[in-house]
Design a protein around this ligand. Structure first.
Ligand code: TPP
Ligand code: MG
Length: 344
C-alpha cells in the first residue's frame, strides 16, 4: 500500500493519484528479475574482492535495495533522463545499463574503469548515459540533482532528473534549499528518499523528528508518496505516477521508498546497532528478489529457468572480476590528469 501526502499548506493544489502496482508483462518481470539478480551477484562479488584486498577505500553495498533502482530506472530513458546518487552507487549504474566490466574495473582502481580507475566505488560517472555520480558528501547530490532538473527545463530536452538520497541525508539543510528552488521553478525532478532505516548506525526514528519522510516536501508544496521499496512492481508503479507528474510541468515530486540494507553501512561496519534476527527477518519475509521469483512462478516460469538465469548472471559477474583483475592500473603519468577540467 502506498501513501500520498496531503500537506495542509498545499490547500487546493492538485495531488498525485495513489500509484497502482505496475502491470508488467512476463517478459518485463523477467527483465526486472535479471537486473535485480545482476546487482545482487555483482555486490556479493564486490564484497569478496574487498575481502581479498583488491578494492581499496570505501565500499558501500546495495544488497537488499535492488527493487528501488530497478523499479525506478526501468521507467526512464537512458541518455535523456539524468540520474544522480550518493556513494552506494553500483546498483544504480547497473540498472542504467552500464557495463559491469567497467564498474568492477573502477572498484579495483584499474585504468579501464569508468572513472579511469581514479574514482573508485563512490565516484563513478557516465555522462554518456546521463549518470552523474557517485557522491561522497551526504546530501550534496540533491543540489546537483536540482541543477540537473534546471538544465532539462532550460534546454527543453524533455528529460527529468532522478535524485536519490538516504534517510540520513534527508536531514541535511541543502536538501531543503534544493526543494525550495525546484518547486519555485517547477523543475522536472523526482526526489527519491531510499529509506533503508539506518544512517550508518543510527536508526531513522532516533535521528528524525518527522520520520514519515514522504511528508518532508510539504512546506515547499511538493507532494510525496510512500512506496514499498521491496516490491519492484510497486516501485515501478510509483515511478510511472511520478514521471507523469513532472513531465506534465507540475514541478518536482518526492518518493519515499521503504527499503532495507542487509549488509553493513560499508565494508567496515561492526554492525552493533541492530540484531542478526532483525536482518534475517527482513530477508525471510520481504526479499525483493524472492518476491518477484514467486510472481514469476505464478506466470509459469520454472525454478530451473530461474536457476539457469542465475548461472548466466554469475558468469557475467565472474567475467567482470576477471576483466578487472587483468586490467592494468593507471599509468603514473595520469596522476595529475582529470583533476581539473582545465590547466591553470
Ligand atoms: C556531509 C557529510 N556528513 C557526514 C558524512 C559521513 N557519512 C557518510 S554516510 C553517512 C550516513 C548517511 O546515511 P543515509 O543518508 O541514510 O544513506 P545510506 O548510507 O543509508 O544509504 C554519514 C553520516 C558524509 N559523508 N558527509
Ligand atoms: Mg539510510
Amino acid at each position: 500500500m502506498s501513501k500520498v501526502s496531503t500537506p495542509a499548506g498545499i490547500g487546493n493544489r492538485e495531488r498525485p493519484d495513489e500509484p497502482k502496482a505496475y502491470a508488467a508483462s512476463k517478459e518485463e518481470m523477467l527483465e526486472f528479475y535479471r537486473q535485480m539478480l545482476l546487482i545482487r551477484r555483482f555486490e556479493e562479488k564486490a564484497g569478496q574482492l574487498y575481502g581479498l584486498g583488491l578494492i581499496g577505500g570505501f565500499c558501500h553495498l546495495y544488497i537488499g535495495q535492488e527493487a528501488v533502482a530497478v523499479g525506478l530506472q526501468s521507467a526512464l530513458t537512458v541518455g535523456r533522463d539524468s540520474v544522480v546518487t550518493g556513494y552506494r552507487d553500483h546498483g544504480h549504474m547497473l540498472a542504467y545499463g552500464i557495463d559491469p566490466n567497467v564498474i568492477m574495473a573502477e572498484l579495483t582502481g584499474r585504468a579501464a574503469g569508468i572513472s579511469k580507475g581514479k574514482g573508485g566505488s563512490m565516484h563513478m560517472f557516465s555522462v554518456e548515459h546521463g549518470f552523474y555520480g557517485g557522491h561522497g558528501i551526504v546530501g550534496a547530490q540533491v543540489s546537483i540533482g536540482a541543477g540537473l532538473g534546471f538544465k532539462h527545463k532550460y534546454a527543453e530536452d524533455g528529460g527529468l532528473a532522478l535524485v536519490y538520497f538516504g534517510d540520513g541525508a534527508a536531514n541535511q539543510g541543502q536538501v531543503y534549499e534544493s526543494f525550495n528552488m525546484a518547486e519555485l521553478w517547477k523543475l522536472p525532478v523526482i526526489f527519491v528518499i531510499e529509506n533503508n532505516q539506518y544512517a550508518m548506525g543510527t536508526s531513522v526514528n532516533r535521528a528524525s523528528a518527522e520520520d514519515q519522510l514522504y511528508r518532508r516536501g510539504e512546506s515547499f508544496r511538493i507532494p510525496g508518496i510512500q512506496v514499498d521499496g521491496m516490491d519492484v512492481l510497486a516501485v515501478r508503479g510509483a515511478a510511472e505516477e511520478a514521471k507523469a507528474w513532472v513531465q506534465a510541468g507540475k514541478g518536482p515530486i518526492l518518493l519515499e521508498l521503504k527499503t532495507y540494507r542487509y549488509r553493513g553501512h560499508s565494508m567496515s561496519d561492526p554492525a552493533k546497532y541492530r540484531s542478526r534476527e532483525e536482518v534475517q527477518s527482513v530477508r525471510d519475509k520481504s526479499d525483493p528478489i524472492d518476491h518477484l521469483a514467486k510472481l514469476l512462478e505464478g506466470e509459469g516460469v520454472s525454478a530451473d529457468e530461474l536457476k539457469a538465469l542465475d548461472k548466466d548472471i554469475r558468469k557475467i559477474v565472474a567475467d567482470s572480476a576477471a576483466f578487472a583483475e587483468e586490467s592494468p592500473e593507471p599509468d603514473l603519468s595520469e596522476l595529475y590528469t582529470n583533476v581539473l577540467v582545465d590547466t591553470y
